[in-house]
Design a protein around this ligand. Structure first.
Ligand SMILES: *Cc1c(COP(=O)(O)O)cnc(C)c1O
Length: 344
């Protein structure tokens, strides 16, 4: 029985083209700035995002942490959406390592209202820390891969500019957002000062994320990456995959989104899930299990026995993620297996 893995797009294996690219990539010591393949990737990523420079980092978590450290000094406060990845899933690195305090805002499916941000920005007062950064996440993971509208990002940008506060985008899946909006990633990147995106999710690279921003920002970021132990040597072997991600794998994201839409429809038709196509913008699905007698964790356990993997998000909600390594047939098969469990 074939295992159908819908836990995350991080489970994607490198493509054959990546393996070829790895074996022939020109290499050097990247801490000395000598790796031509890393340099090429950093140049291409910056150009694609319409920014001055970029930095190859081992993980999205490190990229976000470096961004927070570069934009702030310890003791300051940063504004984040309450269900954002940086706040919930990055081991409180912003508190422990960047030394900043999080001020969270409850968004509407990941979207923060500019007026709520404005009310959270600290005024000058002897009692207050300074607000030094605003973070946005797009696509929004906990909101089920929802795309934050460009208009909202533009409003936040305008407010931030007026207050001289930089904006960082956790754009782990920015290419999914661009595919949904049928726009260039530059359009999204233009709304923020810095951003991080992952090569290792839907873009199928084995390792790596990019941090993108101004020349000054990336210069600071490079030193912070060293501080955190992320200065890698012949990293071109990985950057070679990243170049394939940007050139080839960005093109296949619309297919992942179509497959997610099919999965939503099929889950809905079983009658056991509360899911909505309107809330499924990209490759992540939050499906509420309504089958009597089941909790999400219990069902995920039963699914595993029949070779279908997904993550329980809460007692009721299961997260499914589509990606390059699940086909349309796999999705149909997964729903057949899930229905069999629920009907038994
Ligand atoms: C996966 C993810 C990250 C972190 O990336 P890692 O490479 O897993 O550290 C950050 N933000 C969001 C929204 C993510 O989904």
């Amino acid at each position: 029985m074939k295992t159908i893995d819908l836990r995350s797009d991080t489970v994607t294996k490198p493509t054959p083209e990546m393996l070829v690219a790895m074996s022939s990539a020109p290499l050097g010591d990247d801490v000395y700035g000598d790796d031509p393949t890393v340099n090429e990737l950093e140049k291409v990523a910056a150009e694609m995002m319409g920014k001055e420079d970029s930095l190859f980092v081992p993980t999205g978590t490190m990229g976000n942490l470096i961004a927070v450290m570069a934009h702030t000094t310890p003791g300051q406060e940063i504004i984040l959406e309450a269900s954002s990845h940086i706040y919930l899933y990055e081991v409180a690195g912003i508190a422990r390592l960047a030394g900043v305090q999080a001020r969270t805002i409850n968004g509407n499916r990941g979207e923060m209202r500019p007026e709520d941000i404005e009310n959270s920005i600290r005024k000058e007062d002897i009692h207050f820390p300074e607000t030094s950064l605003i973070c946005i996440e797009n696509t929004h993971n906990m909101a089920g891969g929802r795309v934050i509208p460009l208009e909202n990002m533009a409003e936040i940008q305008e407010l931030a500019k007026a207050k001289s506060i930089p904006v960082h985008l956790d754009g782990a899946r920015i290419f999914n957002a661009a595919a949904y909006l049928e726009t260039d990633v530059k359009e999204i990147a233009s709304k923020v000062d810095s951003l991080m995106f992952c090569l290792s999710k839907g873009l199928c690279s084995p390792v790596g994320s990019m941090l993108v921003g101004s020349t000054d920002f990336i210069e600071k970021a490079r030193k912070l990456r060293k501080l955190l132990g992320g200065g890698m040597r012949q990293a071109g072997i990985l950057a070679a995959c990243g170049l394939v991600s940007l050139k080839e794998q960005t093109k296949q994201l619309p297919k992942d989104h179509e497959n997610a839409a099919t999965l939503v429809e099929s889950l809905y038709e079983t009658g056991f899930f509360d899911v909505s196509i309107d809330n499924t913008h990209t490759n992540i699905i939050n499906a509420r299990l309504t089958a009597p007698g089941w909790t999400a964790p219990k069902f995920v356990g039963a699914m595993k026995e029949s070779g279908v993997l997904a993550n329980a998000r809460t007692e009721e909600v299961i997260r499914f993620v589509t990606h390059k390594d699940v086909t349309l047939e796999d999705i149909e098969e997964a729903v057949v297996r899930m229905s069999q469990i629920l009907k038994a």
